[in-house]
Design a protein around this ligand. Structure first.
Ligand code: FAD
Length: 481
C-alpha cells in the first residue's frame, strides 16, 4: 500500500515522483515499458522554450516560464546536460514583421525577456540564415536539454530517496476500494494507493476514463524529424524557429546537447497514439520549409529520421486537476509542448496545489536532491582522460566509436538504481549507438555487457519494446573446437 502512486515515468511523472520523494510519503511509480522516459519524452525537439509563444494566462504560459527558470538548478542537481543557447524566431517576409511585434508583446506579457533584431543583427548572429531574412525575435533564456537523461536521473533520484519504481507494469484498471484505489496491471499485480497521479502522457485520457467520464479528448499529432550528424562547420548556434501558426511553433533547425542537429517537426493528426512512423512526403515538406529558413542545411549528413506524437488536448491547454468525482485522483493530461520545458514547474504545481490538499506533507530531513555525477569522456580534456584511464582502464576501452563512449561509462550506468536493461536504455543514458552508424558497431558489445551484468542470455536481450529481441536466433551452432 502506497500513499501516492504515479502512473507513467516520462519527464512529468519522474519529476513529480522526485518532488514527492522529498516528503515523508511512500511512493510507487508504475511504468508500462521496460525503461523510464520511453514515451513522448524521448522523441521531441528537446527545447527548454523561453515561453514567448503560449497564450498569456494559460497554464502552458505560466508553467513554461516557471519551468524554464527552474532548469538550471534541476540540470545541476540531476546532472542533465543543459545549454542556454537562446532562440531566434525569424520573419522571412515583410508582412511577417507585425506578427513578430505581436509575439514580442506576448512574450512581455508572459514575463519572458526578448529583443527584436534587425536583419543585420540576425545575420551577424546566424550567418547561415536565409539572407532575405527581415528580422527576428531573440529569446536568450531558451535552451537545449538532454531529454533522455532528464527522466532517468529524476527517477533515479526519486528511487534513491525511497520511491519504488515498477517497470513493465501496464495499468489496465482502477477501482475504488474503501479509502484506497486498487490499481490493476496487465501482469495481474494489484497496487493499492491513497492517491493516484495520472502522468500517462498520450494515454492519460484512457487512465482518467478508468475512474470517470472525461470532457476532453487527446488527439495524436505526429511530428517527424531529421537528425543530422555532428557537423564541424557550425550550422546554427541558436534554435531557429519560423513564426508560429495554428499548428504550433513550426519547423525548427536546432543544435542538440549531443552536438548533432535536428530539423523538424511536422504536425499532422495521425490515426494511432502509438504511430511514430516517418514518411517521405512529410519529410520532404519538413526539408522544404527548413531550407527556406537555413538554405545550407547539409541533408547529406542525415543519420536518421524519427517521430514523436503530441497528446494535443481539445481544451488547448494542459489539463492538471483533481478528478471531478474523487479528489484523490489527480490528472496531468494534454501535456504537449512546452511540456518538457514546463515539467519541473508541473511537478511543483501538482504537489503544492493538489497533493498537499489531500495528504499531509512533511519534509524529509535526509532528502538528497543530487544524483551521482557521471563521467562524460567525450567532453573531457586529453589530460583529464589520461588521468582517469590510468586509474580506471575501462574508460580507455571505446565501445561506441561514433559518440566516443567508453566501457567504463556503460558499466557506470549499471550501478544506478534505475539501471539500463535494454540496448535503447544504454543509448539513452550514454549515447552509445546514437551516432552515425546507429549502433552497427557497438550493438553486439552493448548486448554482451547487458548479458554479462544481468546474467541474461543474449537471445533474451531486448532492443527496447516487448519482443524486440536483438539476436533471437542462432545462425549457426558454435563448435567447441
Ligand atoms: C514532436 C514533438 C516535439 C516536442 N518538442 C518539445 C520541445 O521542444 N520542448 C518542450 O518543452 N516540449 C516538447 N514536446 C512536448 C514534450 O515532449 C511532452 O510534453 C513531454 O515529454 C510530456 O511528458 P509526459 O511525462 O507527460 O509524457 P510521456 O513522456 O509520454 O510519459 C508518459 C509515460 O506513461 C507511460 N504509460 C502510458 N500508459 C501507461 C499505462 N497504462 N500504465 C503505465 N504506464 C503508462 C508511458 O509508457 C510513458 O512512459 C514535444 C512533443 C512532440 C511530440
Amino acid at each position: 500500500m502506497f500513499d501516492c502512486l504515479v502512473i507513467g515515468a516520462g519527464a512529468v511523472g519522474s519529476l513529480i515522483a522526485r518532488k514527492l520523494s522529498s516528503y515523508q510519503l511512500s511512493i510507487a511509480i508504475l511504468e508500462k515499458e521496460s525503461d523510464v522516459g520511453s514515451g513522448v519524452t524521448m522523441a521531441n525537439s528537446a527545447i527548454v522554450h523561453s515561453g514567448y509563444d503560449p497564450v498569456p494566462g494559460t497554464l502552458k504560459a505560466k508553467l513554461n516560464v516557471l519551468g524554464n527558470k527552474m532548469f538550471d538548478q534541476i540540470a545541476e542537481e540531476l546532472d542533465v546536460e543543459l545549454e542556454r543557447c537562446g532562440s531566434l524566431t525569424v520573419a522571412l517576409y515583410d508582412e511577417q514583421l507585425p506578427l513578430l511585434e505581436e509575439l514580442s508583446k506576448r512574450s512581455k506579457e508572459n514575463g519572458v525577456p526578448v529583443k527584436l533584431l534587425s536583419k543585420k543583427e540576425v545575420l551577424e548572429m546566424e550567418p547561415n540564415i536565409n539572407p532575405n531574412v527581415k528580422g527576428a525575435l531573440f529569446a536568450p533564456t531558451a535552451g537545449l536539454i538532454n531529454p533522455f537523461t532528464l527522466p532517468v536521473h529524476a527517477c533515479e533520484n526519486a528511487v534513491d530517496n525511497g520511491a519504488k519504481l515498477f517497470l513493465n507494469e501496464k495499468v489496465v484498471s482502477i477501482k475504488k476500494n474503501g479509502e484506497l484505489f486498487d490499481v490493476k496491471c496487465e501482469s495481474d499485480n494489484v497496487y493499492q494507493a491513497k492517491v493516484i497521479i495520472n502522468c500517462a502522457g498520450i494515454y492519460s485520457e484512457e487512465i482518467h476514463k478508468m475512474i470517470e467520464d472525461v470532457d476532453y479528448q487527446l488527439i495524436p499529432r505526429k511530428g517527424e524529424y531529421f537528425l543530422l550528424d555532428h557537423y564541424s562547420d557550425s550550422l546554427v548556434k541558436h534554435t531557429i524557429f519560423p513564426l508560429p501558426s495554428a499548428k504550433g511553433k513550426g519547423i525548427l533547425v536546432s543544435p542538440t546537447t549531443g552536438g548533432t542537429y535536428i530539423v523538424g517537426p511536422s504536425a499532422e493528426v495521425t490515426f494511432s497514439k502509438d504511430d511514430v512512423s516517418t514518411d517521405k512526403p512529410t519529410l520532404d515538406e519538413v526539408k522544404r520549409q527548413a531550407l527556406e529558413m537555413v538554405p545550407s542545411i547539409p541533408f547529406n549528413q542525415v543519420i536518421r529520421t524519427f517521430a514523436g506524437t503530441r497528446p494535443t488536448p481539445t481544451t488547448h491547454d494542459f489539463i492538471i486537476d483533481f478528478a471531478k468525482s474523487d479528489k484523490n485522483f489527480i490528472t496531468c493530461s494534454g501535456i504537449e509542448s512546452p511540456g518538457l520545458a514546463s515539467s519541473p514547474a508541473i511537478a511543483e504545481y501538482v504537489v503544492n496545489e493538489f497533493v498537499s490538499k489531500v495528504l499531509s506533507l512533511k519534509k524529509k530531513d535526509n532528502f538528497n536532491p543530487y544524483v551521482r555525477k557521471r563521467v562524460n569522456l567525450a567532453k573531457m580534456s586529453v589530460e583529464e582522460k589520461n588521468k582517469l584511464i590510468k586509474e580506471h582502464p575501462e574508460y580507455g576501452e571505446i565501445v561506441c566509436n561514433c559518440e566516443k563512449v567508453s566501457l567504463g561509462e556503460i558499466i557506470d550506468e549499471f550501478k544506478s538504481s534505475v539501471p539500463p536493461m535494454t540496448i535503447k536504455a544504454v543509448r539513452k543514458r550514454t549515447r552509445a549507438g546514437f551516432g552515425k552508424c546507429q549502433g552497427g558497431f557497438c550493438l553486439p558489445l552493448v548486448t554482451r555487457e547487458i548479458s554479462k551484468k544481468f546474467n541474461i542470455p543474449v537471445n533474451k536481450i531486448l532492443y527496447q519494446f516487448k519482443d524486440s529481441y536483438v539476436a533471437p536466433y542462432k545462425v549457426k551452432e558454435q563448435k567447441d573446437d
